[in-house]
Design a binder for this molecule. Structure first.
Ligand SMILES: Nc1ncnc2c1ncn2[C@@H]1O[C@H](COP(=O)(O)OP(=O)(O)O)[C@@H](O)[C@H]1O
Ligand SMILES: [Mg+2]
Length: 256
């Protein structure tokens, strides 16, 4: 079974897609066969990976075609950036379409159990607290929460914490909340003392830690997105890419 790394935060524009695509890109570069799954109906990861949602199989066909679910390996697109299961705008219907049969949070996990040939799976999620996110939390082994150094973003984590805690307790006791990852960090910014304390407090409440590695802010992140590629492929040596490489080492420390 592949190790499943989920990137989540209920806030939009915080750095989930940049983080998920960077992790997948770095693992691929290190010759670990990695599949990216875009579980955000907005499809930004699909766009970055030069995948497509039109006239092709997507995550929708794997987890939401209830009559005739597609085997997961058949939904994989092999692009010049890497392997991806594309998102689909139809995933917005997840909350109404998933029947409440007790199985509704396990569709992705069950699909992933049949995945063949991958060492890692990285899941990018949407800024929403819905059944799709819960499917991702239930399917994951490790959870990474990107966060920016501002008070409101940190306060917003309380809601996410409730969702995570419930899913961990009920449906995925082995979920490792790997940590909070400080992203878009301004190099010359000294972290305000109260922000640092708030961050450490919430990490403690979530039974996790703040990663030692922080991801610095850089214009390259936007440039890579505009060029439809990952930060790593766009400029593997820029500070932000280097930070992400250090982060992946920290995340997977102790693993083979
Ligand atoms: N380290 C960074 N430095 C500068 N800009 C960043 C960085 N990480 C992300 N961004 C930018 O922030 C915006 C939101 O990032 P994104 O990863 O799409 O967030 P989310 O998936 O949470 O909505 C994008 O324009 C992205 O290019
Ligand atoms: Mg995104």
């Amino acid at each position: 079974m592949a190790t499943v790394i989920c990137v989540a935060n209920q806030k939009g524009g915080i750095g989930k897609t940049t983080t998920a695509t960077a992790i997948a890109s770095i693992l691929n570069e290190k010759k670990h066969k990695t599949l990216l799954i875009d579980a955000d109906p907005q499809g930004n990861s699909t766009d970055t990976y030069r995948g497509t949602s039109k006239d092709t199989a997507t995550l929708f066909d794997v987890i939401l075609d209830l009559e005739d679910p597609l085997p997961i390996n058949e939904a994989i697109q092999h692009t010049e950036i890497g392997d991806i299961i594309a998102s689909d705008p139809l995933l917005k219907e997840a909350d109404t379409k998933f029947p409440s049969d007790g199985d509704e949070y396990f569709r992705l996990k069950e699909a992933l159990e049949k995945l063949e040939g991958y060492e890692y799976v990285v899941i990018d999620t949407a800024p929403a607290d819905n059944k799709l996110l819960k499917n991702c939390l239930v399917a994951a082994n490790k959870l990474v929460i990107p966060i920016t150094a501002d008070r409101y973003a940190i306060q917003g984590l309380s809601d996410l914490n409730k969702t995570i805690a419930t899913q961990k307790k009920r449906n995925n006791p082995n979920l490792e909340i790997s940590g909070l990852l400080l992203v878009k960090y301004k190099q010359r910014q000294t972290l305000a003392k109260e922000v640092k304390t708030a961050l450490e407090d919430i990490a403690e409440k979530m039974n996790t830690k703040v990663f030692n590695t922080t991801i610095r802010e850089s214009a390259i992140a936007q440039k890579a997105q505009a060029a439809r590629t990952t930060l790593i492929k766009y400029d593997s040596k820029c500070t932000t890419a280097t930070d992400y490489k250090d982060f992946v080492k920290e995340l997977l420390k102790g693993e083979k």
